[in-house]
Design a protein around this ligand. Structure first.
Ligand code: NAD
Ligand code: DAU
Length: 337
């Protein structure tokens, strides 16, 4: 089978390609990625050394390039990871999210409709459902929860999902959608909470915690997400949505303290700062439907986060390569340093 993996040089996409190209030597994986500030070929070095992986630099919203690629390659499966993904950046520059996340997905869908394929899989997010209250710990998002995105990022992901479902209904395109909770693990760009705390703590820099730190995220080890996507692509039902999560809920402040304690750094590094506008209080996933395909998470956040810390400590060269000038300028603007 031939896979197109868009955004395969980013955090989750690179883990997917590294893992799947090793476990499925019979399949071919073409990574198509614009290599934006967070896309990095260093993250797929292992995969690129294999016969069944190739790379092409390009933008998913470039109609001519995408059409030519689909015409040339005849993919069986498309797994669309490519997106602008950071909520804070979407608050500063919403238009970039419309272009990559909505127009980009539409461009891929159009090429898939024209050239045909076995399945188009859209990698979406639990953030399309908006937020849950902090008080009712039993509430979790199901596939039937209404769409209620809070940020320009999640609004763009919800819009893309609706296009995917419309292409299924109107044109009969074979599609699946996964909506996953927060991922952590190797190769995550350091702007996101876990690698941000880790990298700043290593430099004894202050750790910015938004609001009171009581917001809850449902953490899943990235390889578990990748295995769920692979299951959905191969075994999921046409036109269906699958929520993905592993009951890994934690308050942000618990995650921050766990990282500082593991590194032996003082809690006095924590600085409570101005809250993120529109900050969702809590996410939690009901994974019953994806579990029926055979999905089961392999890591609890406590041990998975420690394993992730060890990975970052032994891959400081990767960190040095990705923390370039544009990232440092972003940090300065975002955190006022
Ligand atoms: P990331 O920001 O680490 O990587 C995104 C990748 O997409 C980068 O390699 C980037 O270069 C590429 N890209 C961006 N715009 C592009 C364009 N127009 N054309 C081609 N390539 C482009 O993101 P991630 O955290 O790996 O997320 C991957 C997907 O998973 C996204 O769709 C995101 O919405 C979704 N998701 C992420 C999480 C999470 O916790 N990180 C959870 C659920 C869902
Ligand atoms: O739920 C899935 C989503 O998870 C994905 O769709 C997004 O692409 C991904 O970025 C992530 O979104 P979050 O906004 O939850 O992740 P982030 O790492 O930015 O923030 C996690 C929590 O930590 C959130 O409550 C905000 C808080 N935070 C974040 C940063 C960057 C802080 O307190 N301080 C910070 O400096």
């Amino acid at each position: 089978m031939k896979f197109l993996v868009t955004g395969g040089a980013g955090f989750i996409g690179s883990n997917f390609v590294n893992l799947m190209s090793r476990e499925h030597p019979e399949d071919d994986y073409l990574v198509y990625d614009a290599l934006t500030y967070c896309g990095n070929l260093f993250s797929i070095e292992a995969a690129l050394g294999r016969k069944n992986v190739s790379f092409l630099r390009g933008d998913i919203s470039d109609e001519a390039a995408v059409d030519a690629l689909f015409g040339r390659e005849r993919f069986d499966y498309v797994v669309n990871f490519a997106a602008e993904t950071h909520v804070d950046r979407s608050i500063k520059d919403p238009k970039a999210f419309l272009r990559s996340n909505v127009e980009g997905t539409l461009t891929l869908l159009e090429a898939a409709r024209k050239h045909g394929l076995k399945r188009f899989h859209q990698v979406s997010t639990d953030e399309v459902y908006g937020m849950l209250p902090l008080e009712d710990k039993d509430l979790a998002f199901t596939e039937e929860s209404p769409l209620a995105p809070s940020s320009p990022y999640s609004a763009s992901k919800a819009a893309a999902d609706l296009y995917v479902l419309a292409y299924h209904r109107t044109y009969g395109l074979n599609v699946t959608i996964s909506r996953c909770s927060n991922n952590y693990g190797p190769y995550q760009f350091p702007e996101k909470l876990i690698p941000l705390v880790l990298t700043r703590a290593l430099k004894d820099e202050r750790i910015p915690v938004y609001g009171n730190g009581k917001n809850v995220r449902d953490w899943l080890y990235v390889e578990d997400h990748c295995r769920a996507i692979d299951l959905i692509v191969r075994k999921g039902d046409d036109g269906e949505i699958y929520n993905v999560g592993g009951h890994g809920e934690k308050e942000n402040i618990e995650v921050v303290k766990l990282i500082l304690e593991t590194l032996g750094k003082p809690l006095s590094l924590i600085a409570y700062v101005k809250d993120r506008p529109g900050h969702d209080l809590r996410y939690a996933i009901n994974p019953t439907k994806v579990s029926s395909l055979g999905f089961a998470p392999t890591h609890r956040p406590e041990e998975g986060i420690k394993k992730t810390i060890e990975w970052y400590l032994s891959h400081r060269d990767w960190l040095r390569k990705v923390e370039d000038g544009s990232y440092l300028a972003y940090v300065k603007e975002q955190y006022g340093e």
